[in-house]
Design a protein around this ligand. Sequence first.
Ligand code: EPZ
Length: 460
Amino acid sequence: MGIEPSLPQSSPAPARLTDPYLQIEGGYRLSGEVTISGAKNSSLALMAASLLTMEPCRLHNVPKLADIRMMSAILESLGVRVKPVADNTLDIDPRFLSVHRAPYELVNSLRASFFILGPILARLGMARIPLPGGCAIGARPVDLHVRGLQALGAQVRIEHGIVEARARKLRGGRIYLDYPSVGATETIMMAATLAEGETVIENAAQEPEVVDLANFCRSMGAHIRGAGSKTIVISGVLRLHGSEYHVIPDRIETGTFMAAAAITRSTLRIGPVFPEHLAAVIAKLREMGSVVNLVGPGTLEVSPGRVMAATDIETLPFPGFPTDMQAQFMSVLAVSEGTSIISETVFENRLMHVPELNRLGADIRVRSGHAIVRGVLKLSGAPVVATDLRASAALVIAGLAAHGTTTIAGLHHLDRGYESIERKLQALGARIERHLPGAAPSEVSNAVAAGPDAATVAPA
Ligand code: EPZ
């Protein structure tokens, strides 16, 4: 990882009285089947990769999310046409890509927009992309992206907050990534598809989204071997053609609903899913006592075991336990029997959900980057504010089990990564509503639920 300045533990911005918020009456069991949307982190990379060709591309199973809309706006600002043609299908026409610089105000609000650097450089020979700002969870440096492009022969300089890369023609090279960065692997792989000669990326990220991106590029005519392993080999070609492609399901959304099933001690069927994308999450949930079965091609069933037991979690690059599931599992461990230790090793500031979970009655303390979670019998509803995308999902999960009313502000974080999560949860029997500006969360009476009825969850 790059030299990480230690970031202050930023507390969430106070909820404004006009902010929309979710209201959850917790303590109720869920049941039924939930459909998983396409993967956000794959869709964003594929949208960037569509710039590698002069021909139109069509992407299916793209989730309707704020991040996708933001990436569409960024592509449009470059002269690329992005047209939704159906509920979750996007047509991208990169023929008119003419602008090699992206506007700061757009790039700064979406980290993934930095992924356009490699494709624009490979297509136009020059790119000027603002440095993506850090975000709540970390400084998010891009040194590995830059060093990778330099290894492909690009001249890269960073000044006034702009990354400027030039290369008359990229040439294949060998890159060893100090850290298996997902973004850096994707940036280098995309640029290398049009470089002269062979590129070898060692210590590459192995995430399923990297494999999905490689498969999309190969469907465009790229020559890529080894995606999903630690070494990826790309043989450059002169040009790529358009493609029609179906994005993989979102493994983090799947894991989020698995955590919701566990904390409410419910039986849920979740799909579509590639179980191999969630091996660490499935193994961890089984270790905690849940029963997880594959009940059909691409459908998981999660049901409660005898108890929910504590366990330790260390987040790691794939195939390790994903950092994007850490907050959600902390909520489940907060009401599991025993004490758990959660070590977040991927991002330096991804424990900001701890104070908010403690407001719901959890007993969690942070000691030198580790969260020590002492399981409590039950959580109790309260107003809380989300700090980042996965933290907001953790608060929803905790609210489903907390007795009484939980209100969650900071929904702009949640809406970045979850398509209609409250509608999907309502369909499973959750008492969750999205309230629009007006009534302040604190005014929403924290009425104690009139005693959970028979169908509701017993205290975990
Ligand atoms: C991707 O971010 C995902 N985002 C993240 O998901 C995910 O948490 C992360 O991978 C890890 O799996 C998208 O795909 C859009 P990294 P990315 O580069 O590529 C350090 C979510 O919730 N690093 O693998 O930015 C970095 O600081 C989001 O959906 C460098 O030091 O992650 C971090 O500590 C959050 N230098 C570590 O590597 C670099 O040049 C992992 O980052 C690049 C990264």
